[in-house]
Design a protein around this ligand. Structure first.
Ligand SMILES: Cc1cc2nc3c(=O)[nH]c(=O)nc-3n(C[C@H](O)[C@H](O)[C@H](O)COP(=O)(O)O)c2cc1C
Length: 351
């Protein structure tokens, strides 16, 4: 018999059996990639963030960002904004687009978003936080969830107060990225600070920040006592990491590393889905980024990347990628290179 590490939790009409959440990442976790990630055991997916200015709604690009696949439910659509009226409209719009949950983003550190006092800048204004949450909760029938950082900066950390404000105003699940806004992506996520939020409320708390494998997921759960984990950057070019984390959550043995053929199957599916979803022009841009990540640390990747980045013709990109990834079958022993073994130069290419 296996014992599951976390029991999951109820969220509205759903039970999230395996509380493994795919982090929303703008420009990365679009429908094509989410569908692939879902298959590795993700229990809940979240759309890329959709800014709530009403003018954006109805634009073709926004529609594409909010599109959920039939195979993705239960799924969240994430919105952001500081004007209670606009955020309310965005929340209703999200539900009309099939969202089972509406996630409010108050964790985004990007300047453009903070300038409109949305994203993580809102954490400084607790009254505004309460007003926005209250407005959204009152506007939709589906559960409202919230994603935050631990505060604006080290001196003004307010993760516990924000967590309580969230719960008091009807938020049903809270995700905490264990960094302040000032940290951006530097330093380490504080899993202890996630634990402070967990101890402050009784709604499920999802821990986020710096999970890179099964061991780090297990350690975050131990340190913070969180009810679920969210994995972000580690899935870039490596959705298989979700399979590892999934296994640890359900108490199963770790899955085998992908063979060259299995890896290519995923890469090629990803490329085809990108083209189908975005059209070839946008797909080519996105493919450059993803393929580069998929090849990181693999045999001959430096030469492959140099060549791949010069390509502009979609068919040629597919052919060259196929040649490279299938050719790896001859070098199976070089396959799995963990982050700590990667050279600094390789890691610098990552973001
Ligand atoms: C390229 C990129 C885009 C992101 N976009 C979003 C977003 O749209 N909404 C959001 O809430 N967080 C966004 N994040 C933050 C992630 O969801 C996550 O909180 C963060 O990366 C920390 O988790 P990790 O250490 O597992 O990557 C983004 C992060 C990255 C790297």
């Amino acid at each position: 018999m296996t014992t599951q590490l976390l029991p999951g939790f109820r969220l509205g009409d759903y039970h999230i059996d395996v509380p493994l959440v795919l982090a929303p990442m703008a420009g990365i976790t679009d429908l094509p990639f989410r569908r692939i990630c879902k298959r590795f055991g993700v229990g809940l997916v979240v759309s890329e963030m959709i800014a709530s200015r009403a003018v954006d709604m109805g634009r073709e690009r926004t529609e594409r960002m909010a599109e959920l696949g039939d195979d993705e439910h239960p799924a969240s659509i994430q919105i952001a904004g500081a004007d209670p009226q606009f955020v309310t409209e965005a929340a209703r719009w999200a539900v009309d687009h099939g969202a089972d949950f509406v996630d409010i983003n108050m964790g985004c550190p990007v300047k453009k978003i903070c300038k409109q006092v949305a994203g993580s800048a809102m954490l400084k204004d607790e009254k505004l936080v309460a007003r926005v949450i209250e407005a959204v909760v009152g506007a939709v029938d589906v559960p409202v969830t919230l994603k935050i950082r631990t505060g604006w900066d080290e001196r003004s950390k307010n993760v516990e107060r924000i967590a309580r404000i969230a719960e008091d105003n009807g938020v049903q699940m809270l995700t905490v990225h264990g960094r302040t806004r000032a940290q951006m992506f530097s330093g380490h996520a504080s899993w202890e600070d996630i634990g402070l939020a967990k101890a402050a409320v009784s709604i499920p708390v999802i821990g986020n920040g710096d999970i890179v494998d099964a061991a780090s997921a297990r350690e975050m759960i131990r340190v913070s006592g969180c009810d679920g984990v969210m994995v972000g950057r580690a899935v870039q070019g490596n959705p298989w990491v979700l399979g590892e984390v999934h296994a640890v959550l359900i108490g199963a043995p770790p899955p085998a590393a992908p063979s060259a053929a299995e890896r290519w199957l995923i890469v090629s599916e990803h490329l085809h889905r990108l083209a189908e979803h975005h059209g070839i022009r946008t797909a080519a841009k996105l493919a450059r980024k993803h393929v580069l990540w998929y090849s990181k640390g693999l045999h001959g990747s430096a030469e492959f990347r140099q060549l791949f980045q010069t390509l502009t013709d979609w068919q040629q990109m597919l052919d060259v990628a196929a040649g490279y990834f299938l050719g790896l079958g001859r070098h199976v022993h070089h396959h799995v290179v963990h982050a700590e073994n990667r050279t600094e130069a390789e890691l610098n290419i990552a973001v």
